[in-house]
Design a protein around this ligand. Structure first.
Ligand code: ATP
Ligand code: MG
Length: 168
């Protein structure tokens, strides 16, 4: 079986990794949909789709799963969003999500949805990690080592701190 898991992965963190490790018990292959793929260089979406593909691919090298990272651009039209996803992805049998809108859209389209528990959500959340990146806090302990290396390679902290500033 092949699963599908979508997120913005800004950045890919240890909560996402735990979800993938749990999904790996169920499926042989997993498509990771990179949401808001067309957005980057904003405080909410600092990293490009390509940078997020690097984070995901390098973080998952040791997992026992065939994985595909597929960029999914935003579409301001929820009614056809599942078709949009399917048009960009290898075929999948089951979608994994905790997001109520995503769950509803997949269910209406007849796609089986499974939910996963939340892992340490108080700190394992993209918003929290980006706040720590802006404020020079400890974000490194919340992401896989490979993500630390990618952020370093792309000077990601300098970027997010620069774009979070204003010109006034
Ligand atoms: P942001 O704060 O930017 O929304 P996020 O941590 O929610 O970041 P997303 O890329 O939005 O990250 O998440 C993708 C999916 O992963 C969502 O369905 C979300 O519910 C799930 N997820 C995020 N963090 C965790 C976690 N700690 N445990 C389990 N699932 C998580
Ligand atoms: Mg989220």
């Amino acid at each position: 079986t092949r699963g599908f898991y979508i997120g913005r992965f800004q950045p890919f963190h240890n909560g996402h990794l735990s979800v993938v490790e749990q999904i790996a018990d169920d499926v042989d292959e997993l498509v990771l949909g990179i949401g808001s793929a067309d957005d980057s260089h904003t405080v909410r979406n600092p990293f490009t789709a390509g940078e997020r593909i690097m984070m995901i691919t390098k973080s998952l090298v040791d997992t026992d799963l065939v994985t595909y990272a597929v960029p999914i651009e935003d579409l301001e039209r929820n009614s056809v969003w599942v078709s949009h996803v399917q048009s960009m992805s290898p075929d999948f049998d089951v979608a994994y999500s905790n997001n109520p809108l995503v769950i509803q859209l997949f269910r209406e389209a007849g796609v089986e949805v499974r939910q996963s528990p939340m892992f340490n959500r108080e700190v394992l959340a993209g918003t929290e990690i980006r706040d720590r990146m802006v404020d020079d806090g400890d974000w490194e302990s919340l992401v896989p080592e490979a993500v630390v290396e990618v952020v370093d390679e792309i000077d990601g902290i300098e970027r997010i701190q620069m774009i979070s500033d204003t010109d006034s």
